[in-house]
Ligand binder design. Structure first.
Ligand code: F0G
Length: 457
């Protein structure tokens, strides 16, 4: 059959010019930024693949919704629109808006975790674990071993190892486990999905022990896409149906609307239990804002409500994940080491294979992100030992995965930007043997990867 391509299900009606820089300008910018891509000025960045968080392009309908913001302090109509959309598409009864995902994580962790508790999860996420630990909990990784292996082709590397979960329940006791924390997809594993069958099994197991299950639904729509593609029995279901079923196996979710939901700011906590909801409604007033705005303007609530409806459309998701696959497939064909299968929101480069000459404490992934910026002005992100931080005893967590994430904002870049990206990664790959590592010269206490500074060895 002759090839039939997909294309973006939108056309562009507003553009934002990009600035190109010289290598000398980038060298200077990189030194000023302490070799940390988070500390670059975005004006010095050409193609920004730092994150897909809050960086997506809103639609004309979302922008029109912004003009319909009801900026009343209490009871804004946009809150009720969002509440209705969350109930319809995610299926939870109660909604507490928050300024972004970590606002919801803060509320949930504060309400449910007591000092000494254990929170099992399918790999950590930085802010999620930080809030669990801040509340006195200890995170325990229960993801399958394949998730820690960049070359394993397991189709659902976000799955929970039920044996690991059973073992931690037996060891800690169900009373010490306030909830199991399940991400869909799993960001730190490379944007890898969890299967419906696995999620259902986790729900059954935890239910037998009277343990709650909370979902990090930040990219659950992308997870739904993978279930539709890969899991028997789901090919003919809509993404909306799959999303609803996913959520039905949980007691609630924390959500960063800045990803799936195509907004620049926003998030929520959504759940079924009235008592937890009551407590969250009380606390949100202290930390975020009144329970009907949660730190957001009415217009932001409206954009998020509209984003839910747009994001769950199949043609949108095909193009979104199709773009990530396009870059991943090309890099793979060039023999460049990436995490496989290719994830939902990003292509992850395996920095250990780029720089076998570097010890993990010479920060191979941080180094790779710096080299890529130097080559072309493309901004990526370290997801390795710097992101992993230190444990309670002050020792570095030493993650098996030492990755650089090329993260794709939704509806923002074209295929030509993708080609430039592929070529730049190839150039760095070809020069990999000459590269020296980095030394950390400033280390912040919390979430160090955001503000740490480095110098060249
Ligand atoms: N959960 C997941 C899986 C995330 O990827 C993020 C954010 C959050 C929670 C926190 O949400 O940023 O709205 O407070 N991830 C961004 C990223 C920062 O670049 O991956 P937030």
């Amino acid at each position: 059959m002759p090839k039939r391509s997909w294309a973006e299900p939108f056309k562009i009606k507003m553009v934002e010019p990009l600035r190109m820089t010289t290598r000398a300008e980038r060298e200077k910018a990189l030194i000023e930024a302490g070799f940390n891509t988070f500390l670059l000025r975005s004006d010095d960045v050409y193609i920004d693949l730092l994150t897909d968080s809050g960086t997506s392009a809103m639609s004309d309908s979302q922008w029109a919704g912004m003009m319909l913001g009801d900026e009343a302090y209490a009871g804004s109509r946009n809150f009720f629109n969002l509440e209705a959309a969350v109930q319809k598409y995610y299926g939870y009864k109660h909604l507490v808006p928050t300024h972004q995902g970590r606002g919801a994580e803060h509320l949930l962790s504060t309400i449910l975790i007591k000092p000494g508790d254990v929170v099992p999860g399918n790999m950590y996420f930085t802010t999620t674990r930080a809030h669990q630990e801040r509340a006195g909990g200890t995170f325990v990784d229960i993801i399958i071993d394949e998730a820690h292996d960049p070359s394993s082709l397991h189709p659902f590397k976000g799955n929970v190892d039920l044996g690991k979960l059973e073992a931690i329940i037996a060891k800690a006791g169900a009373k010490k486990i306030p909830y199991v924390s399940i991400a869909a997809t799993v960001n730190m594993a490379g944007g890898q999905p969890i299967s419906m069958a696995n999620l259902r099994a986790v729900r059954e197991l935890t239910k037998r022990h009277g343990i709650r299950l909370f979902l990090d639904a930040t990219r659950a729509m992308e997870n739904a896409w993978f279930i539709k593609q890969r899991e028997t029995g789901y090919a003919d279901k809509t993404l909306a149906e799959i999303l609803l079923e996913t959520c039905s196996y949980s007691d609630g979710c924390t959500m960063s609307g800045k990803k799936d939901l195509l907004v620049n700011i926003g998030g929520f906590l959504a759940l079924n239990d009235w008592d937890i909801f009551e407590e969250a409604r009380n606390l949100v007033v202290l930390f975020e804002g009144l329970h009907t705005y949660g730190g957001l303007a009415g217009r932001d609530l409206e954009a998020m409500a509209r984003g839910i409806v747009e994001a769950v459309q199949e043609d949108h998701m095909r193009a979104r994940i199709g773009q990530v696959e396009y870059v991943g497939d090309h890099l793979k064909a060039l023999g460049i080491p990436i995490v496989l299968p290719i994830g939902g929101h990003a292509v992850f480069l395996d920095a250990k294979q780029f720089f076998p000459q570097l010890d993990q404490l010479q920060f191979p992934a941080q180094t790779l992100a710096a080299e890529l910026y130097l080559d072309s002005g493309i901004r990526s992100m370290e997801r390795g030992i710097v992101s992993a931080g230190r444990d309670k005893n002050g020792e570095h967590h030493r993650p098996k995965l030492e990755l650089v994430r090329l993260t794709f904002p939704r509806r923002v870049y074209t295929q030509a930007h993708c080609d430039v990206t592929i070529e730049s990664v190839q150039a760095v790959w070809e020069n990999r043997k000459t590269v020296r590592g980095l030394e950390m010269i400033y280390e912040p206490k919390h979430l160090r990867f955001f503000q740490a500074r480095f110098k060249r060895l």
